[in-house]
Design a protein around this ligand. Structure first.
Ligand code: SAH
Ligand code: SF4
Length: 416
């Protein structure tokens, strides 16, 4: 059963207690005793093969092959690893599996957005969302089950943090999406005569971008997020460019430079307010890491430039943070810190019991225009997948979410 001893969040920056109910060396134990290789780096696979009795040279060679099949080709069956000697394959199957997060429910929105409710081996639920657009397809990936940070406008924040996701559970989301979209490179031996290599490179794929904007605060699960994204970015792994990956943080200042140095992906910062009073209220982490500190950390973010701007997310909350003065102050702040910035205005997505309302469309437009006139791009993000609760901030697992019937009943009661 679950080990519920408290552990500090890796990184030791903010020792927020997290229940440890899985995680043996980053691997969630399986009931059948086999080890799931999903999420392990090449050297861990090598070590496991050596423990299984292979000599050092063989272990290294086989690990390289398994790694390629696992992450680059999306194969889950050792029997399909055709360059591994036939007698070796059952030996691998006996000890190891290549898993995927379990899919509890898959939903399709009328606008094409897809949401999957997933379950870990030890029974925790989390969600991922795929958002197709004309020129790209973005997978919104979760980093934790729940979140410790309690931003007041976010539904995930009203859930208690259950635990950090492992590297396998994080990279597993991207791999599952590739499975669902049928987007694994098939490799030279599978190409039919009419096709050429160009047919299976990144171009033309549905899943082109990843955002770490699902459930959880990725910088409070730094090591696992980094290890998972390394597998995603590795040319012999999922081979997705770091320029196509964006990590969103609510402002965990002490981890931001490390994120730029060790992961190197694009940064998005959930700013949402331009003064202490409002930000303290809606993003409580601001009481710990204030606006000045946050903007200084952004200015120092490794790799940020005019070609790779930092995205500032700004949720539009009626009469809270949406005035003309707020918009002018936003421009002033971003300029004062000389930030290579773009602003993403997110209309607030409501959820049952939320203490806020979304700004009116006219207000959002006016706010956007002021920021544009200040010389900073400020598009309004179209809410996607609202009908399946897949929009920003709506992710919360089924066990904790009220049923639609409950909600309808509540709405009916409220209107009496
Ligand atoms: N924890 C990270 C990443 C996940 S949230 C972070 O906070 O940045 C992804 C984005 O959705 C954040 O900008 C978050 O503030 C925003 N968001 C949360 N709840 C929302 C809601 N109800 N409506 C609109 N955006 C919301
Ligand atoms: Fe956590 Fe981000 Fe939601 Fe805040 S907005 S509660 S940091 S998931």
């Amino acid at each position: 059963m679950a080990d519920t001893q408290l552990m500090p969040i890796p990184g030791m920056i903010d020792p927020v207690p997290v229940t440890r109910d899985s995680l043996v060396d980053g691997v969630t134990p399986r009931a059948d005793g086999r080890i799931d290789l999903l999420g392990l780096p090449r050297d861990r696979i090598t070590a496991l093969l050596a423990e299984a009795g292979l000599d050092a040279r063989q272990a290294k060679l086989r690990a390289r092959q398994v790694y390629h099949w696992l992450y680059h080709r999306g194969v889950t069956d050792f029997e399909a690893m055709t360059d591994i000697a036939k007698p070796m394959r059952p030996r691998l199957t006996e000890r190891f599996v290549i898993g995927r997060p379990q899919v509890v429910e898959a939903q399709h929105s009328s606008d094409g957005t897809r949401k999957w409710l997933l379950r870990t081996e030890d029974g925790h639920d989390y969600e991922m969302v795929f958002i197709p657009d004309a020129d790209r397809g973005t997978l919104c990936v979760s980093s934790q089950v729940g979140c410790t940070l309690n931003c007041r406008f976010c539904h995930t924040g009203t859930m208690r943090l259950v635990r950090n996701l492992t590297p396998g559970e994080i990279v597993g989301q991207v791999m599952l999406a590739r499975d669902a979209l049928g987007e694994w490179p098939r490799g030279r031996m599978d190409i039919s005569e009419e096709e050429d290599e160009a047919a299976y490179t990144a171009d033309g794929r549905l899943l082109t971008n990843i955002v770490m904007m699902g459930m959880g605060e990725p910088l409070y699960n730094f090591d696992n997020v980094r290890d998972a994204l390394r597998l995603v970015m590795d040319g012999d792994g999922l081979a997705l460019s770091k320029r196509r990956i964006t990590l969103s943080t609510s402002g965990v200042v002490p981890m931001m430079a490390k994120c730029g140095e060790e992961i190197g992906v694009n940064l998005a910062v959930s700013l949402h307010a331009v003064n202490k009073q409002v930000r303290d209220e809606i993003v409580p982490l601001n009481r710990k890491y204030g606006l000045e500190e946050l903007l200084e950390a952004c200015a120092a973010y490794p790799g940020a430039s005019n070609a790779r701007r930092i995205t500032f997310e700004y949720v539009m909350l009626k009469d809270v943070n949406d005035s003309d003065e707020d918009a002018h102050e936003l421009v002033r702040l971003l300029k004062a810190y000389r930030l290579p910035a773009k602003v993403n205005l997110i209309p607030f997505n409501p959820w049952p019991g939320a203490p806020y309302e979304c700004s009116t469309p006219e207000r959002v437009r006016r706010f956007s225009n002021i920021v544009f006139e200040g010389g900073i791009s400020a598009p309004v993000r179209t809410p996607r997948g609202r009908d399946i609760d897949a929009a920003c901030g709506q992710l919360r697992t089924a066990a904790e979410k009220k049923s639609r019937a409950d909600r309808d009943r509540e709405a009916a009661d409220a209107s009496l």
